[in-house]
Design a protein around this ligand. Structure first.
Ligand SMILES: Cc1ncc(COP(=O)(O)O)c(C=O)c1O
Length: 415
C-alpha cells in the first residue's frame, strides 16, 4: 500500500472516534433541564406536556413590569450597547447597595458585582472560594446548580439535612457535625427552592453563627427574598452585618425577568471577605461584563414601583394553598406547606424497589405532567420526593392534580 493510502486510513480511523469530554462533566447534572429530553419524546408521540419542571413565571402568563422593559429599551436606544464595567454600571451597583443597606445589610457599591443572574454570582463565588479537596456545605435537598458548579471546580458538596417534618428547616446539629478543616463555605437558600421553606430568625441566626465562628463565608441565596407569602424577608446579613456573608439575588423571580440574566452579589462589609471580593472581581474581569442594557433594568427595578410584587405574592399564596389541599387529598401523597416562592416538594409513598424517577417518568408518560424527581435535588430515590412548580393558573392546577390523583392511584395499586 502506498504511504499516502496508509496515512489516509489512519486519518479516517482517527476522525471517526468520538471526542471525549472532561471527566468532571459527568458530575455536572441539572435534572430540571435534563428531564426535558424525556418530555420532548412524550410530545413527539403526540401527547401535550404540561411543564411543571421549571420556575419561570413568564411561561405561565406573569408579566415583566413595563417600567423595567422601558428602562432596558431606553438603554438600547441610547447606545448603551458597549461593554459595561466588569462589576457592573455604577448606577446598578449603587441601586443594589442602597437596596440592601435600606434592608439592614450595610454595603457599599464597591462590594457589589452585577452578574448574569444569581447563577453567575454563585459560580463566581464558588470558583473564588473552593477547589480540589475543599468541601462546601449544601442543603439537602438543594438547588442543583450548587452541586453542578462544585463538580466543575473539583470541590465536594457535603449535604446537611433539612427536615420535612419541621417545615424543611435545617438540622443544625447535623450541620454542625459536618464542619471540618476542609470546609470552605456554607450555602443557605432562604427562602428555599425546592422546598418552599422560609427560615425563622432563630434558625437564620444559628446558621450565621456557625459560619462566623468557623470563619467561612455564608453564601446567602436570597433570590426568593421578596416572595415569602407574608411579605419580603430581610437579607440574612441584616441579622449580623459583620459576619462573613455574601448575598445573591436577581431580577429573575421577584421582578419577573428571568430571561434577562440580570443579577447581583453583595459581599458583606467585614474585611475578612476582602480577598474573596478581590478574587470574585478578578474572575468577573475575565468574563468582561454581564449584559449591559439589562443592568439598566436593575436600576429601574430597585428604585421604581414594585407594586407588582404584592399581587404576585397573592397569586402564589392562592396557588400554594390549592396545591397543598389537593396533593394532601391524594392517597399515598403528603406535602409540607410551602411558605414562599412557587415550589412544593410532595412525597409519594413508593413501594420497595421503585424510585422517584420511575414515578415521575411514568406520570409524564401517562398524563403529560412533567415534575422533577427529588433525587435531582439530592433526596434519596426511594424516598419518593418530587418537586412541583405551582405557577399555573388555579383551574389548570386543578386539572393537573386531577390527573396526578388518578395516575397515582393506578400506579400505587399496580405496584
Ligand atoms: C435557589 C435558586 N438560586 C438561583 C437560581 C438561579 O436564578 P437566576 O435566574 O437569577 O440565575 C434559582 C432559579 O431557579 C434558584 O431557584
Amino acid at each position: 500500500m502506498a504511504v499516502s493510502a496508509i496515512t489516509d486510513k489512519i486519518l479516517v480511523m482517527r476522525t471517526s472516534a468520538a471526542i471525549p469530554v472532561a471527566r468532571r462533566i459527568s458530575g455536572f447534572v441539572y435534572a430540571i433541564r435534563n428531564i426535558v429530553a424525556e418530555a420532548r419524546k412524550v410530545e413527539a408521540s403526540g401527547r401535550a406536556v404540561r411543564y411543571l419542571n421549571i420556575g419561570d413565571p413568564i411561561t405561565f402568563g406573569f408579566q415583566t413590569p413595563p417600567h423595567l422593559i422601558e428602562a432596558v429599551e431606553r438603554a438600547l436606544r441610547d447606545g448603551q450597547n458597549g461593554y459595561a464595567p466588569s462589576s457592573g454600571i455604577p448606577r446598578a451597583r449603587e441601586a443594589v447597595a442602597a437596596e440592601l443597606s435600606g434592608r439592614g445589610m450595610p454595603v457599599t457599591p464597591d462590594r457589589v458585582v452585577i452578574t448574569s443572574g444569581t447563577s453567575e454570582g454563585i459560580e463566581l463565588a464558588l470558583t473564588a472560594l473552593a477547589e480540589g479537596g475543599d468541601e462546601v456545605l449544601v442543603p439537602s435537598p438543594t438547588y442543583p446548580l450548587y452541586t453542578a458548579v462544585l463538580a466543575k471546580v473539583g470541590a465536594r458538596a457535603v449535604f446537611y439535612r433539612t427536615d420535612p417534618a419541621r417545615g424543611w428547616l435545617p438540622d443544625l446539629d447535623h450541620l454542625r457535625s459536618l464542619v471540618g478543616p476542609a470546609t470552605r463555605a456554607l450555602v443557605v437558600i432562604d427562602p428555599n427552592n425546592p422546598t418552599g421553606a422560609a427560615y425563622p430568625t432563630d434558625v437564620r441566626r444559628a446558621l450565621i453563627e456557625i459560619a462566623d465562628r468557623h470563619n467561612f463565608p455564608l453564601l446567602a441565596d436570597e433570590v426568593y427574598g421578596d416572595l415569602a407569602f407574608d411579605g419580603p424577608v430581610p437579607p440574612m446579613a441584616s441579622l449580623s452585618p459583620d459576619a462573613p456573608i455574601i448575598s445573591f439575588s436577581s431580577l429573575s423571580k421577584a421582578y419577573l425577568a428571568p430571561g434577562w440574566r440580570a443579577g447581583w452579589l453583595a459581599v458583606g462589609r467585614t474585611d475578612r471577605l476582602d480577598e474573596v471580593l478581590a478574587g470574585i472581581k478578578k474572575l468577573a474581569d475575565g468574563r468582561l461584563c454581564s449584559t449591559g442594557p439589562m443592568e439598566h433594568g436593575i436600576v429601574a427595578a430597585l428604585t421604581g414601583d414594585r407594586s407588582h410584587q404584592e399581587s404576585f405574592r397573592a397569586a402564589l399564596r392562592e396557588r400554594a394553598a390549592l396545591t397543598v389541599r389537593r396533593l394532601n387529598g391524594i392517597d399515598g401523597i403528603t406535602v409540607t406547606a410551602p411558605a414562599a416562592a412557587f415550589y412544593a416538594m410532595p412525597r409519594v409513598a413508593l413501594p420497595p424497589g421503585v424510585t422517584d424517577e420511575d414515578y415521575v417518568l411514568s406520570l409524564l408518560r401517562a398524563t403529560g405532567v412533567l415534575c422533577v424527581y427529588g433525587s435531582g435535588f439530592g433526596t434519596r430515590p426511594e424516598d419518593g420526593y418530587f418537586r412541583v412548580v405551582f405557577l399555573a393558573s388555579p383551574p389548570d392546577l386543578s386539572s393537573i392534580f386531577d390527573d396526578v390523583a388518578a395516575f397515582t392511584h393506578e400506579f400505587l395499586s399496580k405496584h
